[in-house]
Design a protein around this ligand. Sequence first.
Ligand code: GUN
Length: 298
Amino acid sequence: MTAQIIDGKQVAADMRAELKEEVAKLKEQGIVPGLGVILVGEDPASKSYVTAKERTCEDIGIYSDDNRLPEDATQEELMAVVERMNKDPKINGILVQLPLPKHLNEAEVLLAIDPDKDVDGFHPMNVGKMMVGEKAFLPCTPHGVIQLLIRSGVNIEGANVAIVGRSNIVGKPLANMLIQKSKTGNATVTVCHTRTKDLADQTMQADIVIAAAGRPNMVTADMVKEGVVVIDVGVNRVEDATKKSGYRLVGDVDFEAVKEKASLITPVPGGVGPMTITMLMYNTVESAKRAAGLETTN
Ligand code: GUN
């Protein structure tokens, strides 16, 4: 079997078009969703993510408040920006780009964000609400993965899902969302990690494999069953002398070999990546609606 490629760029473009329309309607009622973005330091990957987020805001019609702090910014300086944004009624969502430089206390910053503006869904209040199945901002990458599955017609209910990776940003929340008693849940989930005894043994049982380990070629063709659905969340830079930049992006999956066995597969780039930013925009629009007392979805 040769897999059909899940075109994340197209799915994201469709969702962004829906959001753009919704934002235009909100503007007629005097509501302009706003996103506050905070980037500390010069990490090239973080800088490019943040720039992409700001460009997408502009495209959809979301106001963005761009704050870049130097690498040596203090905890107090960072907390002061968060506090200012918490109070600013023009801002419905606050995004602190992670990872932060080592000298800063990430947990303290995430806890300081007003949970009603926590569009990343990283505040323990939102994590807890998600866990018990209450309305909450859902973290963008896992939410994007679920949207990709649904919009590609994949049946999640009753599926055996193997997630490779247990990060707070992807693996843990995704496992939680997929086991919820809901239309987008009801899966049987196995979370694999560096101490899993036999990874292939677990992935081989799965109808859906989600790779989020941050290691190139972690999932190979001999580890998946025929007809599997594969979602690759990995974004790894590998050296490539033929590229002007000197590197190219690859996922965690051996794409060329696995696509010959899978029924559906996401590429890297152009799979999950565009969905993450889209779900951030979605959460920001939801937050603006909630602040204005309008009906929201989650
Ligand atoms: N770094 C990597 N992924 C993310 C994300 O989804 N949100 C934030 N704030 N930082 C990240």
